[in-house]
Structure formats: structure tokens, C-alpha cells
Design a protein. Sequence first.
Length: 212
Amino acid sequence: MGLIDWFRSFFKDDKVQEPQMDIPHQNTSTQINIQPPNIKADKEKIKYDVPEKFAQFGVEKLIEHEGFRLDPYTDTQGFVTGGIGHKFTKADFMNFDPSWEREQKEKYWKDRFEEDLERAELHAIKLATKHGIDTTPENMYVLTDMTFNLGTAGVSKFKNFLTDLSKGDVDGAIKEMKYTDKESGVHSKWYKQVPNRVDSLAEILRSSNESS
């Protein structure tokens, strides 16, 4: 099944959800079977031996975290957004036509998602290299997901998180994701915005720790 066909089957009207609503997402794990987009970052990932199965899981999980919207909307930060968490650029305002048929919109968002995912994966690799983080599939997925959501600059602000991850201190890294600091007990701004996403990423890091 091609990616466009998958989009059509996955994003039926009854499956479209508001991004980051505090309700259970559809269980995509048993409903879709796709290959990760064929992008330049795949060549880089080969260096780090990222299993194809985990790469597919990563794509599915990222879409679950971001949600999908066929038509543009304004997100909680005031940005015009569409598709899978894609913030509109000047090019999008010029090129996206709200009057398009569903198939045209799906194709447009598929292309934007591939570009955004490629950018996030490459930036995650740069972050891991810069901070000496072990490039396990779990670490690389979490960094990619965070970069997709926050951008490289946003993830770079989590200095203690990156330091803990480089030391293999998973518990410390999780606390740095959730709280303003490890001992404060005060949730971070990011956690307050997307608690389900942060908890999900924390579980992925924990699974890495338990399997090691």
C-alpha cells in the first residue's frame, strides 16, 4: 500500500481527531501497515542501525501525537497549522487551496509531512551527535518526536534532559521532560501543553532502560 493510499484509508472522517485532545486516539497499531517515507534521513539512520520495524512504529506514533487535520486551524500557540502538525509557511499560504478536493489536500499534507519528518530526523541526529547521546532507536525516536514538535531550538533548551540522556540516566531525563527541575514537582510548560505526548515519550525511554 502506497503512502497516499494509506493516508486515504487511515484518515477517514471517522478517524480524524483534534490534535492533542485529552481523549484516547484511535489504535493505529493494528489498523495501518506503512513503510517510512523514503527520505534522505533514512541514509543517515542506517549509520545508527535503526530497525525498520521501529522506524515504522516511530512514524505511526508521531502521527498519533500530532493528530491530523485536513483543513487549516489555529493551534494553541496561535499558529495556523494543517495536516500532521505542519505550521504554515509563506509558501503554504500561497499554495494551499481550501477549495481543493480531499484527495488533493491529502497529497499536499503527505508531501509536507515527509519534508517535516526529514527535517526532524536530521536535526535529531545532529543533537545526538553534539551531545554524545547513544543513538538507540528509542533515543532517536524521542529526539525526533521532540524536534518535530518543538524545533531544534526548543529541544536545545532542555539542557539537563540532553545531559541526562547522554549519561544514560533515563529516570533523570524523564524528570527533566516533565518538571521545571528534578526536585520541583512543578510541571514544565511543555508538559502542561501536551501531557499525553510527554507521558508517551517517557514510556518509550523507560522501555529502552528496561530492555538494556
